[in-house]
Design a protein around this ligand. Structure first.
Ligand code: HEM
Ligand code: HEM
Length: 184
């Protein structure tokens, strides 16, 4: 029988990155609460940049892993319009997951502050100190964060629809099950 579940690796990466992203979102908004110009701000901004880079690397690992692995087929009860919507939604989620760290990283390199990785190792900026370029990538970072939030909310609603309305296996195939016979 065809395995209808995601592999353990896919499930692990999905939930790890989802949890880290929720933390990173909250961290980003918390930065807004810290007044500009105070020394603590640079400490927290550098921490946000550092955790963002680590999460970004995990996102790239997940993306490359996903490109090399086909997801399990959806149950036959899922209509074709919903399959197309799910594929488009997942692609957009991946695109936004990549845009978030990349836009933040590029913006930071067009500012004289650069990145102080975990407030220990200084990565001097490779770009010029240019307010317009910084504003463009920082604006992309902010816009993408709102788009990603909207997409995640729609994504969760879709998952809950499968759990409570359709009552099919789509939700549970992304849950870890303690079974020895799972694929890697
Ligand atoms: C991994 C994913 C990331 C997420 C989900 C994320 C999320 C956010 C959010 C929600 C904000 C607040 C936006 C707003 O005020 O409307 C923010 C601000 C910021 N992020 Fe990120 N971020 C990520 C990665 C990064 C990275 C890798 C860097 C740089 C290396 C970075 C640099 C910044 C900076 C400098 C700000 C402050 C911008 C400002 O206040 O003008 N972020 N981020
Ligand atoms: C930041 C949060 C999240 C992001 C970025 C995210 C992203 C994704 C992506 C990209 C996929 C497609 C996987 C693939 O085929 O490669 C997926 C699948 C899935 N996600 Fe999430 N997810 C998040 C949170 C959640 C939450 C909170 C739930 C549950 C309430 C959830 C439930 C699911 C389910 C059930 C699937 C499998 C869908 C299917 O079989 O077609 N996700 N997620």
């Amino acid at each position: 029988m065809v395995d209808q579940r995601y592999t353990r690796t896919a499930i692990f990466l999905h939930w790890l990155i989802a949890a880290l992203l929720i933390g990173q979102f909250s961290f980003g908004w918390y930065l807004d609460e810290i007044p500009r110009g105070v020394p603590e701000r640079s400490y927290f901004v550098n921490l946000h940049k550092s955790t963002g880079i680590v999460i970004g690397l995990l996102i790239f690992i997940r993306l490359f892993w996903r490109l090399a692995h086909t997801p399990p087929p959806l149950p036959l009860t899922v209509p074709s319009w919903e399959r197309r919507l799910a594929t488009a939604g997942h692609r957009l989620l991946y695109a936004l997951m990549v845009i978030m760290p990349v836009s933040g990283y590029i913006a930071s390199n067009f500012s004289k502050y650069g990145i102080k990785f975990f407030n220990v190792v200084s990565f001097p900026p490779w770009g010029i100190d240019d307010k317009a370029i910084y504003a463009f990538f920082n604006g992309t970072h902010k816009l993408a964060s709102w788009l990603l939030l909207v997409m995640v909310i729609l994504h969760v609603l879709a998952a809950l629809k499968h759990l409570f309305i359709d009552r099919d296996q789509v939700f549970s195939r992304m849950l870890l099950r303690r079974r020895a016979a799972q694929r890697q």
